[in-house]
Design a protein around this ligand. Structure first.
Ligand SMILES: [Zn+2]
Length: 628
């Protein structure tokens, strides 16, 4: 999923990549151990063995975050940002004075690179650094670079330098496809800011952009607020499942895993109860997006959002969703029947299948059929074993080896962060992955990939190596116990490593299109492919071994785990189809034919199959709108 609030235009279009679903249920089943007896390869040991104290380094030089010399103290962000802005000024002057040609694109990319290198790094530090002074300094750098980018996106002289190139057909034909595509992408970024419009309309586009940013922030924040209900309206025996405050019961989530049908039903109806302010905010957001799209030349917001993606147009997306839904429907019906059967068995008086049932009852079926209790699996999925597995897989598939490197003093923001050098057998060093894997107070809960520096071919012929961070939320190892992953956490680790390898392997000439800075609908392809490896017994049986005895995960346990993933999979996907279709309709032709809630009901009936529950809105709890 794409995070909000990123730089547009000369900033990259890449964003933190969150996994599609939260696969880390049953966090950290801890198992007591007598001692670690298994031997690990260097990369396995780097993650399985707790460092026995740091090397005493009293007089070593402090390097600064990610090896950037200025960033050894929070004040350094100001220096880095000033340097970047100064360099940007020079590059703007240069690009406006050179004759249009491939050089124009190179300078544009360098301009974007010098701003992104500070902004992307700061974007990560402002949410992940444990020290408030660093976070605040990073936040300031983000704001000041963001403002500079906004100015550049409306800089007419800069725009003309690119326009001159793209308007000259002969010149355009002489560009290689990569250069041409990057030039068009920069132009597209200018155009969605409305730079090609007259002064009055341009101002209107800027105002709409500001308003949309504001409304989408308000809407996203609103999706997390708990709802409350007067105590006497809920049966007393389920109060204990929620927070009770005075005369009210507060519901802050769906309680989807609760075995009590009534608790899940109450949570669903209360948490998803529409809030008038939130509905107004959504309707205003959608109509402003529509106005902006039309102002800059698109028939709908969806057309604007899909330009430059693999899907290309809303028509293709809708065709795909309808076809998928058709193909899925029989399997979905079978899934719902199976889930209904389990509900009937456990609760014969009330066996109608409702939207709050599938996650819980498919979990029950999985447990009953396959006995996949996470605590049985965790000892085989120590972090070190999983990293060894990834290393072996990358070795065989790509000729790549991961090496754990000791970071320099001040290079990382927190003690548990590991640094991996990614080395290809013939190409050599490809880049660095910083692994920020362990939980800590104040750290965001999502698993995520961040691009800190994009790869690109520099003017002097050297390749600027990509640098990324993978952020997970795993339990800490202790002296005797390595970090043990549930199967869901293992799958997430594989997913995030898919993003990291995409960043390492996408050795493009321009950083504007490197790795995950590709079309947004392609960005999840490598990571989802990696999930398939995490679910294939031929791969899992290679690395899953007991952290104490070294015993391999028994074959029948591997196949049980892989088979269990198929339970309810069609129903899960059908739900995603429904969300995607809803997103398309909301961002399609305006004015909408009905209220957002009526459209939700119709779309749910057409694309999901479980009844709509009056007075609920499912976008209350999920960040479903991909364009948000
Ligand atoms: Zn992802």
């Amino acid at each position: 999923m794409l995070g909000a609030g990123r730089l547009r235009g000369l900033g990259t279009r890449a964003a933190p990549l969150w996994p599609g679903r939260a696969g880390s249920r049953g966090l950290g089943a801890r198992i007591r151990a007598r001692g670690v007896s298994t031997s690990w390869s260097p990369v396995g040991a780097a993650f399985n063995v707790k460092p026995q104290g740091r090397r005493l380094d009293l007089f070593g030089e402090r390097r600064g975050l990610f090896g950037v010399p200025e960033l050894s103290a929070p004040e350094g962000f100001r220096v880095a940002q000033e340097n970047a802005l100064r360099k940007a000024d020079l590059l703007v002057q240069r690009v406006c004075s050179v004759a249009p040609g491939p050089q124009t694109v190179l300078i544009f990319d360098e301009l974007s690179d010098s701003l992104c290198r500070v902004a992307d790094l700061a974007d990560f530090v402002k949410i992940a650094h444990p020290e408030p002074a660093f976070r605040e300094a990073a936040e300031e750098a983000c704001t000041s670079i963001g403002t500079a980018v906004e100015k550049l996106n409306t800089n007419v002289e800069l725009y003309r330098s690119l326009q001159k190139l793209l308007a000259d057909k002969k010149l355009v034909d002489s560009l290689d496809p990569e250069t041409r595509r990057v030039a068009e992408l920069f132009m597209f970024d200018f155009e969605i800011s409305g730079i090609h419009l007259d002064k009055e309309k341009r101002k209107r586009a800027v105002d709409l952009n500001v308003k949309i940013l504001d409304l989408s922030n308000t809407f996203l924040m609103g999706t997390n607020f708990p709802n409350k209900i007067e105590k006497h309206l809920l049966p007393e025996h389920i109060h204990q499942n929620f927070v009770v405050a005075g005369n009210h019961v507060i519901v802050d989530g769906l309680h989807a895993e609760s075995p009590d049908d009534l608790v899940r039903e109450a949570a669903y109806k209360i948490f998803l109860h529409p809030n008038a302010g939130q509905l107004r905010c959504l309707e205003e957001l959608l109509s402003n997006r529509d106005l902006l799209a039309k102002l800059v030349g698109y028939s709908t917001y969806s057309h604007r959002a899909l330009q430059g993606t693999l899907a290309q147009s809303p028509e293709t997306v809708m065709q795909f969703l309808e076809k998928l839904s058709d193909k899925l429907s029989e399997r979905t019906i079978r899934d719902f029947e199976m889930i209904r059967g389990m509900k009937m068995k456990l609760n014969p008086q009330n066996s109608e299948l409702m939207p709050w049932d599938p996650p819980y009852y498919s979990g029950v079926i999985r447990a009953e059929r396959y006995n996949i209790e996470p605590s049985l699996y965790c000892p085989f999925f120590s972090l070190g074993a999983c990293m060894e597995g990834l290393n072996t897989l990358f070795g065989r598939l790509l000729g790549i080896t991961l090496y754990a490197e000791q970071p320099a003093k001040g290079e990382v923001w927190c003690e548990g962060v590991r640094k991996l050098a990614v080395v290809h057998e013939s190409e050599g060093l490809l880049g660095y992955i910083y692994c920020d894997f362990f939980q800590r107070a104040g750290k965001p809960h999502q698993d995520c990939h961040f691009t800190i520096r994009g790869g690109r071919l520099k003017e002097d012929g050297d390749y600027q190596l990509p640098v990324v961070v993978l952020m997970l939320n795993l339990p800490h190892p202790s002296r005797n116990l390595p970090t043990l992953l549930t199967p869901g956490m293992m799958e997430n680790l594989f997913h995030e490593m898919g993003h990291a390898m995409h960043s390492m392997l996408g050795r493009t000439r321009y950083q504007h299109v490197t790795g995950t800075r590709c079309p947004t609908d392609f960005a999840e392809v490598p990571s989802i492919l990696m999930e398939y490896f995490a679910n294939d017994h031929r791969v899992v049986s290679q690395f899953a071994r007991h952290y104490q005895t070294g015993q391999s995960l028994p074959k029948n346990m591997v196949s049980r785990l892989c088979e269990s993933k198929k339970v309810g999979a069609a129903a899960d996907m059908q739900l995603q189809v429904f969300y995607a279709a809803l997103d398309q309709i909301y961002h399609g032709k305006h004015p909408l034919t009905a209220s957002t809630t009526d459209i939700l009901r119709e779309t749910q009936e057409k694309f999901y199959g479980l009844p709509y529950v009056p007075n609920t809105v499912c976008f209350r709890n999920v960040l479903l709108l991909t364009t948000l």
